[in-house]
Write a protein that binds this ligand. Structure first.
Ligand code: FA5
Length: 341
């Protein structure tokens, strides 16, 4: 009995010194574990007279339960204390401002390209993309620009070999479509084009969108209506258009289309070089020779075509004075177009 009492006191004493659950669990194993001190008492049963064994076993089991209950009580206190300390350590001040996440956005050229495509698709156009590396035939000859024709100088470009080059405009898309598709045709052909140009308003690589309509009875009148509607959607209803006579070997008659300057509204300023107008595209009625070369009967069908520069329209829309700004990837410039900002 003395030994049992000593063990009880020892357990109480040791338990008082414990300050964490880890220490508590170690101590619990020492006392009431499988090989613990209390279980050790039971091992001494064989030395006890037989008539006292039952009583001894009962007392030891009581001790075991008693000590286990001390541990349980202490465990409750320690778990509560440690949970509180953990929460204190992990406390978050929800009133602090959050860390702002930077979000990406579309490039201004893509924003404007999408607006242009959407405007024309709303008028029933389909999209057809042609190759960036194309042949002399599609870039020039099939567009009524024979070899050595002076009109080639306007689009002086980059050649891989005598007959293979980086396309200087998206007009080859007209021919490739007419070869594949029978009228009625109403397509847009967007993409990158290349020319030996480099100044504030001309880039060696830029983007065009070609438009082509071929059907019975199509005229210059339809072209004007189509482009007036396009300008109203892309700019606003106050923006006026002006058709100026021009020359492209693949259209007859040919025009260049100007819009009233978005900065001075037609009065004349530095952006429009004092004229009040800014050119946005070239267009015209498809030359009968081009229709015939592409296998379309020019006695039955007529066509209209236009080719616009996406950079030019983006610059007019956002008042950008140097085309190179669009290709420098300056984050400060680009982030102005982030609509989620
Ligand atoms: C053409 O490229 C004709 N293929 C357009 C056309 C299509 C006419 C169908 C008739 C029928 P032009 O060379 O003018 O035409 O170029 C068209 C537009 O591309 C110009 O109005 C301008 O907005 C843009 N552009 C031309 N050169 C550059 C350049 N170096 N950098 C940026 N934009 C340019």
């Amino acid at each position: 009995m003395q030994e049992i009492n000593n063990l009880r006191e020892k357990a109480k004493l040791e338990l008082e010194k414990v300050s964490s659950t880890k220490e508590l669990y170690d101590l619990k194993t020492t006392f009431v574990g499988k090989n613990g001190l209390v279980t050790g008492l039971l091992r001494g049963m064989k030395d006890i007279p037989a008539e006292q064994r039952a009583e001894f076993g009962k007392v030891v089991n009581q001790l075991k339960e008693e000590i286990a209950s001390y541990f349980d009580e202490k465990e409750k206190v320690l778990v509560e204390k440690e949970t509180f300390e953990k929460f204190e350590k992990e406390r978050v001040d929800i009133t602090l401002p959050g860390v702002k996440q930077k979000s990406g956005s579309l490039h201004p050229l893509n924003i404007v390209k999408n607006q242009i495509l959407e405007a024309f698709c709303g008028m029933g156009f389909e999209i057809f993309e042609g190759p960036e590396i194309d042949s002399d035939y599609y870039c020039f000859q099939a567009l009524n620009i024979p070899k050595d024709h002076p009109a080639r100088d306007m689009q002086d470009t980059f050649y891989f070999s005598e007959n293979v080059l980086l396309r200087p405009h998206t007009s080859p898309g007209q021919v490739r479509t007419m070869e594949k598709k029978a009228p009625p045709i109403k397509i847009l052909s967007p993409g990158r084009v290349y020319r030996a140009d480099d100044d504030a308003s001309h880039s060696p690589m830029f983007h065009q969108i070609e438009g082509l309509v071929v059907d019975k009875g199509v005229s210059l009148c339809d072209l004007k209506g189509l482009l007036d509607e396009f300008v109203r959607i892309i700019f606003n209803s106050e923006t006026k258009t002006r058709f100026r006579p021009s020359y492209f070997p693949f259209t007859e008659p040919s025009v260049e289309v100007d819009v009233t300057c978005c900065k001075c509204h037609g009065k004349g300023c530095s952006l429009c070089k004092g004229t009040g107008w800014i050119e946005i595209l070239g267009a015209g009625v498809v030359n009968k020779k081009v229709l015939e070369m592409s296998g379309i009967d020019s006695e039955v069908y007529s066509g209209l075509a236009f080719g616009l520069g996406i950079e030019r329209i983006t610059m007019i829309k956002y008042g950008i004075s140097d085309i190179r700004t669009l290709f420098e990837n300056n984050i400060k410039f680009l982030s102005q177009f982030n609509r989620r900002k």
